[in-house]
Design a binder for this molecule. Structure first.
Ligand code: IMP
Length: 211
């Protein structure tokens, strides 16, 4: 059985304001004091893991050790079947130092074209690993996925990263065209969060009066 979070303060092991906001929103019903690694000036560890889960765990452990408080980290990315899972854990790096996802999406299209991958075979999935680590070294990790089809040219200007080229299975709109709530209901992050909440933040602990 997973270890339950029963503290009052949680570190979000990220320097990315968007991720911190998303995680804080999700934890609001639990009346937890959420602090970010950026706000506390904690160092960012090098992501040396070979999987999303390893990278999420190493970020969570580093923050939990540095702050001596439980810490939650997220590692995510896009895996393209016909590219043997690339960009995968290198999803952010494919956008280069300028973090230009037009460059990253163009590279995926170019590599699919180079391999002669037919449109119907342009399958891909997003992965999100969430790790909750404690200062004593215990760690719980949950992984969510959402599968779908890649489409070029890109569609829509909502969301971020690779959203405009990804159409989830059972839907016609890309993540870049969907309203945020529609994406958040089915995304890899939502799937991982649902597992985390069920295992470590049971609803019985939620404060019904928190807004
Ligand atoms: P991380 O910050 O190392 O976890 O990098 C995650 C990268 O994966 C982001 O920079 C995006 O490129 C990509 N990514 C993760 N989740 C999503 C998503 O929901 N939509 C689009 N791109 C995503």
């Amino acid at each position: 059985m997973a270890r339950r979070f029963d503290g009052s303060t949680l570190i979000v092991a990220s320097h990315n304001a968007g991720k911190v906001r998303e995680i804080s929103d999700l934890l609001r019903p639990f009346a937890i004091d959420v602090r970010s690694a950026g706000e506390l000036g904690l160092p960012e560890p090098e992501e040396t893991g070979q999987t999303f889960a390893e990278n999420a765990a190493l970020k969570a452990h580093a923050a939990a050790q540095a702050a001596q408080l439980p810490a939650l980290a997220d590692d995510s990315g896009l895996c393209v079947m016909a590219l043997d899972g690339a960009p995968g854990i290198y999803s952010a790096r494919w956008a280069g130092p300028e973090k230009d996802f037009d460059v990253a999406m163009a590279r995926i299209e170019r590599e699919l074209d180079a391999r002669g991958t037919a449109e119907k075979d342009r399958r891909a999935y997003f992965v999100c690993a969430l790790s909750l680590a404690w200062p004593d070294g215990h760690c719980e990790t949950f992984v969510g996925e959402v599968h779908g089809q890649l489409v070029f040219p890109k569609r829509g200007d909502r969301g971020f990263g690779y959203d405009p080229v990804f159409v989830p299975d059972g839907h016609k709109l890309s993540f870049g065209e969907m309203v945020p709530d529609a994406k958040h209901a089915i995304s890899h992050r939502a799937v991982a969060f649902a597992q985390l909440i069920a295992a470590c933040f049971p609803q019985a602990d939620a404060d019904p009066h928190a807004s």
